[in-house]
Design a binder for this molecule. Structure first.
Ligand code: LMR
Length: 393
């Protein structure tokens, strides 16, 4: 039987991770996978997480199952962190998932259960796992234009023109903030227009929220999404704690389904629970419980916000300094967009050939679409990297 299997198409991001690991050069530079790094190149365990884990270790008395939906404290606190008061809590059904990817997967399956005909519209470009998972699940999907390669900003007109082709009940997949891979994000005004479009055309927004707190701040990053949530009858949100709590390997995420009326919430909740049961049964507890502890404790929460803010500010400084280094190296302002992009990534706009040369000749690893992980930039090596870019550009 197994000899009939075909080799699956490699995931480009994960493939890059192993290419980097296999490169013996000491001065190689990893700007690939979206993992935060501090100035020393480490991905630290956040202080509040360490303390929450210490408490967990001391106080936890059982490892018995919790609930199919996961830990209630985690879910309630995450709901408040994300939605604020934009939607009444009795319209929001939530379940804990293995990471943000798990949340995206569960919501894709929820869409499929609710309406197998619904087309999921995703941005071109997007995180490669979006189309891969949609194809894997056999969900009809289409793209909308998103990135203006000339300005390196959002091609909002193109986006609206393409979404004009969506039919009632179709799903519009949006990045809540810090668009991956481009770093270009809609303005609040544009979020308002997106909300209007969804209401007028009966489209259901689905938000992938993997970087809350990495762009303009914890609340600012969800301002557009909250506005949208307040306008539309239904919205789906997939949230990840990988980045903003640094809990990558512990797989902490949550899926939210907002129904048009409170009497529909138990049905949505029941479906989320049953989808968990079908796919993996109970979600992993450890990381989510640590997040619940942090969000429910004023002191720990403040410490988490402080450290997250330090990380965010650090990335902004790197953006500004890198844009300046590129100005010096190229003697032009054509990379100034790096300073105005937000989040973990920017798409530089290099060709696949230039990306390959940077890898072979300079040991710089970025994804083939020239996406760089801003947190991976070397604070004291920006001019060297900028000169390499200028040399291939
Ligand atoms: C990325 O885009 O690099 C991250 O979201 C990590 C991943 O799983 O792809």
């Amino acid at each position: 039987m197994l000899e009939a299997l075909q080799a699956p198409a490699p995931d480009k991001i994960l493939e890059l991770m192993s290419l980097y690991a296999d490169d013996p050069r000491e001065d190689k530079l990893d700007l690939g996978v979206g993992v935060y790094k501090d100035a020393e190149g480490r991905t630290p365990i956040m202080r509040a997480v360490k303390e929450a884990e210490r408490r967990l270790l001391e106080e936890q008395t059982t490892k018995s199952y919790v609930a199919l939906l996961g830990d209630a404290t985690f879910l309630d606190r995450m709901r408040d962190l994300i939605f604020g008061d934009s939607v009444p809590a009795d319209r929001i059904a939530a379940c804990q998932t293995p990471g943000g990817t798990g949340a995206v997967h569960q919501l894709f399956e929820l869409i499929q259960r609710a309406d197998p005909e619904a087309v999921v519209w995703y941005s071109d470009p997007t995180w490669p796992n979006h189309p891969a998972m949609l194809a894997h699940l056999g969900i009809p999907a289409k793209t909308y234009r998103y990135f203006d390669t000339a300005t390196r900003g959002v091609d909002f007109e193109g986006m609206l023109a393409d979404l004009a082709g969506a039919k009632v009940g179709d799903v519009v997949l949006l990045h809540g903030c810090c668009h991956n891979p481009t770093g270009a994000n809609p303005t609040l005004e544009q979020w308002r227009t997106i909300a209007e479009l969804c209401v007028q055309r009966g489209l259901v927004p689905m938000i992938d929220l993997a970087y809350q707190g990495f762009g303009d701040g914890l609340d600012s990053d969800v301002a557009g999404m909250r506005y949208l949530a307040g306008q539309v009858p239904e919205i789906l949100v997939a949230a990840s704690c990988s980045k903003n709590f640094g809990l990558y390997r512990d797989r902490v995420g949550a899926a939210f389904a907002v129904s048009a009326a409170p009497n529909l919430t138990p049905i949505a909740r029941g479906n989320l629970a049953s989808l968990n049961r079908m796919n993996f049964s109970f979600p992993p507890d450890h990381g989510a419980r640590a997040v619940g502890i942090i969000l429910a404790d004023d002191k720990l929460r403040l410490d988490w916000i402080t450290e997250l803010e330090e990380m965010r500010q650090g990335m902004l400084v790197l953006r500004r300094n890198f844009a300046e280094a590129l100005r010096r190296a190229t003697n032009s302002d054509r990379y100034d967009f790096v300073a105005s992009h937000r989040g973990m990534f920017s798409r530089l706009g290099l060709t696949p050939g230039q990306v390959a040369t940077l890898r072979s000749d300079y040991g710089v690893y970025m994804t083939g679409d020239s996406r760089i992980n801003i947190a991976g930039l070397p604070a004291d090596g920006l001019d060297t990297f900028a000169s390499a870019i200028a040399a291939v550009d």
